[in-house]
Design a protein around this ligand. Structure first.
Ligand code: KG4
Ligand code: ZN
Length: 367
């Protein structure tokens, strides 16, 4: 990490590149000297159709698809923002965690642009980008308590400052987005699973199936979703073949169990966080990551926040799932601190936000 004095004050324009999974995304974001942000362009090209027949993301196909369209998307993002390379203050690219092939494509492109234009390069942690998005969209600044729920991660974090994170909890098995995706696959719903399950659940009966509320009541705030997913499989097997009503009821019952389990875990974390956040103002609670786009979960978390005196914040739905604006914004925040990375910055398929986090204990611990 290198200090970069030129960009440490004033407003900045940063180009952000996101290629860590199956979305190729590029954006230009402005950060004013007062810390307020504005999106000038935000282009997202999803690869869903390329992976659909395989029932999941194929890393090699993802990397190739990023290569095919990234330079065009950079041009579109600059054109939509009505700026040229010379107007940029820095170039940010997601450099982990994620699929290594895609990360290499995005980070190498970012470095090449930085080298050719003489602008600083910023190697961005994708999780940090999710964690800081509310600074761009709602002007919420650390410290805050945050629930990060995506396809690969489920964590409760104390966001103490930009670059300073304390992990309070993680999942001991599946991530929440992964549980949604696997449940969708099991029920024959299209990918991405989260939105499919949410849609099917709209017409379903959440009380029809008595599913477990994983970890509810447990002292620590960790998560677990593998058992819930298996319970859905057993419930489905018992009544197969499934009608559309059965699928809707299973989705609604699954989602109700998810919401109760997550709400219970967040309550635990709020108790812990109360003593760690400043006394002099209402404490912000933030939810971000792809699953934060789920309206039922958001509603449940609004309720929990009210109960505990936290203010609730979440990015708009389109900025919960992966996008370039969050990468550009994390880059702008780092640049404002005078930080930049050299062209030798590695890509990191695993890149924890809190390297000192105590390992969670449990049956199928992954994180
Ligand atoms: O943050 P994200 O776009 O990518 C990762 O960093 O993983 O999150 C993707 C995950 C997927 O598992 C997807 O099914 C889930 O977020 N997701 C949702 C919804 N929209 C996306 N899960 C539940 N409800 C949704 N509306
Ligand atoms: Zn993500």
């Amino acid at each position: 990490m290198m200090p970069h004095a030129d960009s440490a004050q004033g407003s900045s324009l940063v180009l952000g590149i996101e290629t860590s999974c199956d979305e190729t995304a590029v954006a230009v974001v402005e950060r004013r000297a007062d810390g307020q942000g504005r999106i000038l362009s935000n282009v997202v090209l999803s690869q869903f159709d390329k992976h659909a027949i395989y029932g999941g993301v194929v890393p090699e196909i993802a990397a190739r698809a990023h290569t095919d369209c990234l330079d065009r998307l950079v041009q579109v993002a600059l054109a939509e923002a009505k700026i040229g390379f010379s107007d940029l203050s820095g170039i940010a690219a997601a450099s982990g965690p994620g699929l290594i092939g895609g990360l290499i494509v995005g980070a190498t492109t970012g470095k090449a642009l930085a080298l050719a234009t003489g602008k600083p390069f910023l190697a961005i942690n994708h999780l940090e980008a999710h964690a800081l998005t509310v600074g761009l969209t709602d002007g919420v600044r650390p410290p805050y308590l945050m629930l990060l729920v995506s396809g690969g991660h489920t964590q409760l974090l104390l966001v103490e400052d930009v670059g300073r994170y304390r992990r309070l909890a993680t999942t001991i098995d599946d991530a929440l987005g992964e549980a949604y995706d696997k449940t969708a696959k099991l029920l024959g719903l299209p990918m991405p699973g989260g939105p499919s399950v949410e849609k099917a659940a709209l017409s379903g009966n959440p009380k029809r199936f008595d599913l477990p509320r994983p970890m509810a009541g447990r002292e620590d705030p960790h998560f677990s979703f593998a058992g819930l997913k298996t319970a859905v499989r057993h419930a489905a097997a018992k009544i197969a073949p499934l009608s559309a009503t059965d699928v809707a009821d299973l989705c609604a019952s699954f989602q109700a169990a998810v919401c109760e389990s997550v709400a219970d875990r967040v309550r635990r974390a709020m108790r812990v966080a109360l003593s760690s956040l400043p006394e002099d103002r209402r404490k912000p609670f933030v939810v971000a990551g792809g699953v934060a786009a789920n309206k039922v979960l958001r509603a449940a978390l609004v309720g929990v926040s009210e109960d505990f005196g936290f203010t609730f914040h979440a990015p708009p739905l389109g900025l919960c799932t992966d996008n370039g604006a969050m990468i550009a914004w994390a880059g702008a925040e780092r640049l404002a601190l005078g930080l930049a990375d050299g062209l030798q910055a590695p890509v990191r398929p695993r890149w924890p936000l809190d390297p000192d986090a105590v390992k969670a204990t449990g049956a199928g611990v992954k994180a």
